[in-house]
Design a protein around this ligand. Structure first.
Ligand code: PEP
Ligand code: MG
Length: 905
């Protein structure tokens, strides 16, 4: 045991691995980063890992705490680790006779693909390159040296990548050379002279020759890259805290570019796009690792099986290097079994010998995540609980969205054959329709205006992530299944087609062309990330199937969760969707939506325009049968599941026309005088509608409105009950209550109406009356209000607005700045703000329960579909969450995870 053991209680900064042992292991991700921890674990498992050492994340944290200075003792530890590495590899760092070259790579706790910096081939200078040339051939040595100068200059010295590309292109043109492989050692030497001159010219100092200076330069560059703009954005998008820091891994180089018996590649132990248990991956003969990831050359598939699925004519690794392939498969199987999860592996073959460079739990699409979890439970590798905890509930969103009809389905439906513009690699599944955009900033801007955009790029780099996130789908002309675009799109759940190499993109002209056809910026296309097709025009997408593995997983979730899950729905279509997605009732039926329909709004308006109760009652009488039939239909679809129906909530002016043109049209259609209409709209004008004459305040001033709605609900329930098959469960909900008295008055009105209906019809139905808690005062008064309420439903949309003093519609103007400055970690309209709104929820739940121990508690704001908020609701002791129908499965899984985490405590 090296440093760690010897130093005892003192802080250790550096952890060695290799040669069958390691100072760390997989459990030390926080300190060693994912890559460092897994390299240590693989070394301990006896797998062929090139030796090296990890500089811990604690160094990164200390570095930023002290204004970018290294902690005392680090230098000595790095020197000792380097000396140990020299001994173990039998090579010398900077020794031309037998040179040790190293890679320097970042590795944070959470994987951040391509976001931070890497330097390869470090330790080369003129003398070392000469020495390497004697050992491994001069072309290889000088190719490596120029790669190193290029990468180091870019990553560490901060020179533009283009400058070097330009020098190389210029040189090739002058010498009449076409491909990089056409350059011999002397050509590379000449290029190196030019590269170094460029460095001298730009920086006014020479390229560093001293390998130790190079090493510290690279270590600092990796730590500095933790605070690069792209890393900061990525962390924001993925909720990775800044104070985690990154580790730095320094590892002996192995070379996949030593000739035809060398190779490098990436493999997944299962297919990360659909979860099938096939050995999946890509490799390149005679190449360095970055060539695969950067997507500069298009790699070949690893296994025959995979080659067959792709219809690829390229020779798989299985045929090119059968022995190595067999060993790799065994290692992959061992790793998957060891980690009990699908692994994403990087490997290099140096002169016929296999080396493992990395393993980690592989990123995957939602479909793959579900299939892998369910398969692994069936294989008895993991338990049902582990299977449930493996999934990211938000990721299920991908499965709950539409896809393109298959060719057969399309044919059956009599559709035209799809107009396929180009085919690339199926890099991330799902379908999307949108307008072509070539620039990431533009994609971001247009998406902000509500446009659906498809980002089309030659290839993507980490600078594109904002645009990729904003786009509905991504298409690239270059790169493989493990290119930046593919990996990031899968993580974000965006459909992606990669390596569509027939696309000729002309960004300057704002167009792309394929075999003589040209498409312009703004043209509509449809992307199918599952097959790699890009098609002209908009194709009608279809709903996904939620049976099979998905259904099985959901049934496990339902077994363990305590929270019930309902949906917010008011139309028959939404109610049906909600039930299909597993909703256990309606948690919020917003009745005002039923008033906006074309044939109803005239009656609504004449009710509003009436000068007296008699007029209002006449108009309401016309609405009654329509409301009643709405509720009847909903009760029938719900088949005995409860329905929380909220009485009218918005201020009345929302139902009136506002512009002169609208007023004239309505006046004409309704026969009401236009001036009268204008005057009434003016009277009803609210200076702050959110805080105005709405909710129970309408019920108190115009009780006949709530009376009609209550009558419609009870008559509907009675009618459906009379049919003899179903027992409707209406829960009447009063909105915007602030005091107990308001609720007491309106509850009496509802009860009286119920009794009247039951007497008239001779049929009685069980029902309850409760209220929304959506004002801070209501939350604080909950103990009193509970005397009149059988249930509380937290309306966290209004509660967030009224507690935080933020208008939801206007929040967009400043929330981003607020999150950047750390005032809000998350958008409070998505995730419950725990110190403000969440605290009120807890207070109200406690006070309500104290008064009425059996009170039913739920949430019906948008937060009901947000996994973190669902967990909060579980902990706060709520009975159910209610969310939009499409988020019901997400909430079911999140509720199951909350229960599992709770019971693990
Ligand atoms: C709420 O305020 O949280 C709520 C569900 O009601 P609405 O969004 O209709 O105001
Ligand atoms: Mg509300």
């Amino acid at each position: 045991m090296a440093e760690a053991a010897r130093k005892g209680a003192e802080q250790t900064w550096v952890y060695a691995f290799g040669g069958g042992t390691a100072d760390g292991d997989a459990s030390m991700k926080n300190l060693l980063g994912g890559k460092g921890a897994n390299l240590a674990e693989m070394a301990k498992l006896g797998l062929p890992v090139p030796p090296g050492f990890t500089i811990s994340t604690a160094v990164c944290v200390a570095y930023y705490q002290t204004g970018r200075a290294y902690p005392a003792g680090l230098e000595a530890e790095v020197n000792a680790a380097l000396a140990a590495l020299e001994r173990q590899s039998g090579k010398g760092f900077g020794d031309p006779a037998n040179p040790l070259l190293v890679s320097v790579r970042s590795g944070a706790r959470a994987s951040m693909p391509g976001m931070m910096d890497t330097v390869l081939n470090l330790g080369l200078n003129e003398a070392v390159a000469e020495g390497l040339a004697r050992l491994a051939g001069d072309r290889f040595a000088y190719d490596s040296y120029r790669r190193f100068i290029q990468m180091y200059s870019n990553v560490v010295l901060g020179l533009g990548h283009d400058e070097f590309e330009h020098i190389l292109d210029d040189y090739k043109e002058r010498e009449g050379l076409d491909l990089d492989t056409d350059l011999n050692a002397d050509n590379w030497k000449a290029v190196i002279v030019r590269y170094k001159a460029a460095v001298q010219k730009e920086l006014g100092r020479p390229f560093p020759e001293d390998p130790r200076e190079q090493l510290w330069g690279a270590i600092s560059a990796v730590f500095n890259s933790w605070m690069s703009d792209r890393a900061i954005i990525y962390r924001k998008l993925n909720d990775i805290p800044e104070d985690w820091g990154t580790a730095v891994n320094v590892q002996a180089m192995v070379f996949g570019n030593l000739g035809e018996t060398s190779a490098t590649g990436v493999a997944f132990t299962r297919d990360p796009s659909n979860g099938q248990a096939i050995f999946y991956g890509e490799y390149l003969i005679n190449a360095q690792g970055e060539d695969v990831v950067a997507g500069i050359r298009t790699p070949a598939p690893i296994s025959r099986e995979r080659a067959a699925t792709l219809g690829s004519g390229d020779k798989p690794l299985e045929d090119a290097m059968p022995e190595v392939y067999k060993q790799l498969r065994d290692v992959a199987a061992k790793l998957e079994h060891h980690y009990k999860d699908m692994q994403d592996i990087e490997f290099t073959v140096e002169a016929g010998r296999l080396y493992m460079l990395q393993t980690r739990n592989g990123k995957r699409t939602a479909a793959a995540a579900v299939k892998i979890a369910v398969d692994m439970v069936r294989e008895k590798l993991i338990s049902e609980k582990e299977g449930l905890l493996r999934l990211d509930p938000s990721q299920l969103d991908q499965l709950l969205h539409p896809r393109i009809p298959s060719d057969d389905e399309n044919k059956k439906a009599g559709g035209k054959p799809y107009d396929v513009i180009v085919k690339g690699l199926p890099a991330s599944p799902g379908a999307a329709v949108g307008k072509v955009v070539f620039d990431s900033d533009e994609a971001f801007l247009l998406a902000g205006k509500g446009e659906d955009v498809i980002l089309v790029r030659v290839e993507t780099s980490p600078d594109d992530i904002k645009g990729m996130h904003a786009a509905r789908a991504i298409v690239t002309a270059r790169g493989g299944m493990t290119s930046h675009a593919a990996v990031v799109a899968r993580g974000m759940g965006r459909p992606c087609v990669c390596g569509a190499s027939d696309l000729k993109i002309d960004v300057a002209r704002g167009e792309f062309s394929v075999r003589g056809r040209t498409f312009k910026k703004g043209d509509t296309v449809t992307i199918d990330g599952g097959t790699g097709r890009v098609m002209a025009g908009a194709i009608a997408l279809i709903k996904p199937d939620l049976s099979g593995d998905f259904g099985e997983l959901m049934s496990w979730a339902d077994k363990v969760r305590r929270l019930k899950v309902r949906a917010n729905a008011e139309t028959p279509l939404d109610t049906r969707t909600a039930v299909e997605f597993g909703a256990e009732g309606i948690g919020l039926c917003r009745t005002e939506h039923m008033f906006f329909e074309e044939e109803r709004i005239p009656a609504v308006r004449s009710m509003i325009l009436s000068n007296d109760e008699k007029g209002r009652r006449e108009a309401l009488a016309k609405l009654l049968p329509m409301q009643r039939s709405d509720f009847e239909e909903i009760f029938r679809i719900l088949e005995g599941r409860p329905a929380t129906i909220r009485l009218l909530d918005p201020p009345l002016h929302e139902f009136l026309p506002h512009t002169d043109e609208d007023i004239a049209n309505v006046a004409k259609a309704s026969g009401i005088n236009a001036d009268e209409l204008r005057r009434r709209a003016h009277d009803l004008h609210e200076s702050n509608p959110m805080l105005g004459h709405r909710g129970c305040r309408l019920g108190i001033t115009y009780p006949e409105i709530y009376e009609m709605q209550a009558r419609a609900i009870f008559e509907a329930a009675v009618n459906v009950a009379k049919e003899g098959k179903l027992k409707p469960v209406p829960e009447v909900m009063i909105p915007l209550v602030a005091t107990q008295r308001e609720l007491a008055i309106l509850k009496a009105l509802v009860d009286e109406t119920a009794n009247t209906v039951f007497k008239e019809t001779g049929v009685t139905v069980d029902y309850t009356v409760g209220t929304m808690i959506e004002l801070p005062r209501a939350a604080l008064q909950a103990g009193e209000i509970a005397h009149s309420a059988a249930f509380f439903s937290f309306g966290t949309n209004d509660l967030t607005q009224t507690t935080l003093g933020i208008s939801r519609d206007d929040a967009g103007r400043f929330l981003q700045a607020y999150s950047e400055k750390g005032i809000y970690e998350k958008d409070p309209f998505v995730t419950l703000d725990q110190e403000g709104v969440g605290e009120l929820v807890k207070i109200a739940a406690e006070r309500g329960k104290r008064t009425r121990p059996g009170i039913k508690l739920g949430i019906c704001g948008e937060h009901g579909g947000d996994p973190a908020s669902v967990e909060f609701c579980h902990r706060a002791g709520l009975d159910y969450v209610s969310c939009s129908p499409y988020r019901v499965p997400i909430a079911r899984l999140a509720a199951a995870q909350a229960a599992l985490k709770d019971s693990a405590k």
